[in-house]
Design a protein around this ligand. Structure first.
Ligand code: 1GP
Length: 233
C-alpha cells in the first residue's frame, strides 16, 4: 500500500502515530547499530530524514542504510531542492503556506521538479505551517517568512483550510526545531476538527507526556527530532 493511503487509513482508525526525525549530518555512522537499536526500542511508526544544511552524501548514505536495515517507512523532509534521496519511500513536498515568500510556495518546487519526476518514490504535497514559538527559528530566518502568532488560531485555521482547498494532502504544524513552546493544543484541536487531512505536529516535543498531549489535542503524527537526538526521549 502506498504510504499516504496507509497514513489516511491510520487516521480513519484513530491510530495515532509518531515519527523520529533524523538529521543525516548529526548521525554518527560509526555508531549506526546503536542508532538502529534505539529506533527499535522507541518504536516510531515512521522515520523522517531532513535538516537545514545537510550534505547530499550523508543524506543518501543514511537513507540507504535505513532502508537496508529497518522495516519502517522513510520519508524525506527536505530543507531544499537538492535534498532528494532515491531510496526513500516518500517525500513531503512542502509548501510553506504560512509565509508569503514565493520561493517556498513554488520556486524551490520548480527547481526540484525535474529530478522529482525521475524519482520512483511517492510525493506527498504537504502544507507547512509555521507557528510562532517565542524565538526565531531556522526555517523562519532562512525562508524569510513570519510564523503565525500563537494566539491567532483563526488565521492558522484559515491557512490550513486554504491548503486543503488547494489540494495539499497533509498539514504540518511546525513550531520549529528545538522550540521552547510547542504548537498550542487549542490550535491543533481546531485545525484537526475542521480538516480531513492528516495533521502532523512537530517542534519542541520533549517527552512521552507531551506527545500524548499533542495526540489528545488532535495530531495524527507527532514528530520528535532534537529530544531523540539528545537521547532524552
Ligand atoms: C522540526 O518538527 C521538527 O522540523 C522537530 O522538532 O527537533 O524540536 O523535535 P524538534
Amino acid at each position: 500500500m502506498k504510504l499516504y493511503k496507509y497514513l489516511k487509513k491510520q487516521k480513519q482508525n484513530q491510530r495515532k502515530m509518531w515519527a523520529v526525525l533524523l538529521d543525516p549530518d548529526k548521525v554518527d555512522f560509526q555508531q549506526f547499530r546503536d542508532l538502529l537499536k534505539r529506533i527499535n526500542f522507541a518504536k516510531p511508526d515512521i522515520i523522517m530524514v531532513g535538516g537545514s544544511f545537510i550534505s547530499k552524501q550523508n543524506l543518501d548514505k543514511l537513507v540507504k542504510k535505513l532502508k537496508k536495515n529497518c522495516q519502517l517507512p522513510v520519508i524525506l523532509f527536505p530543507g531544499g531542492p537538492t535534498q532528494i534521496a532515491p531510496d526513500a519511500d516518500a517525500l513531503m513536498l512542502l509548501s510553506l503556506i504560512s509565509g508569503r515568500n514565493a520561493d517556498y510556495l513554488i520556486g524551490k518546487h520548480v527547481e526540484a521538479a525535474p529530478e522529482l519526476a525521475r524519482s520512483d518514490f511517492e510525493i506527498i504535497p504537504t502544507g507547512y505551517i509555521l507557528i510562532e514559538n517565542g524565538k526565531t527559528t531556522s526555517v523562519e530566518y532562512i525562508s524569510n517568512t513570519k510564523p503565525i502568532p500563537r494566539d491567532k488560531t483563526d488565521i492558522a485555521l484559515a491557512t490550513a483550510l486554504a491548503g486543503e482547498m488547494l489540494g495539499l494532502k497533509m498539514l504540518y504544524l511546525e513550531a520549529g526545531s528545538g522550540a521552547k513552546k510547542p504548537v498550542p493544543p487549542n490550535m491543533i484541536s481546531t485545525i484537526s476538527k475542521h480538516s480531513r487531512l492528516p495533521v502532523i505536529v512537530g517542534g519542541g516535543i520533549k517527552s512521552k507526556a507531551q506527545m500524548l498531549k499533542t495526540w489528545a489535542a488532535g495530531a495524527d503524527i507527532v514528530v520528535v527530532g532534537t529530544a531523540f537526538e539528545n537521547m532524552t526521549f
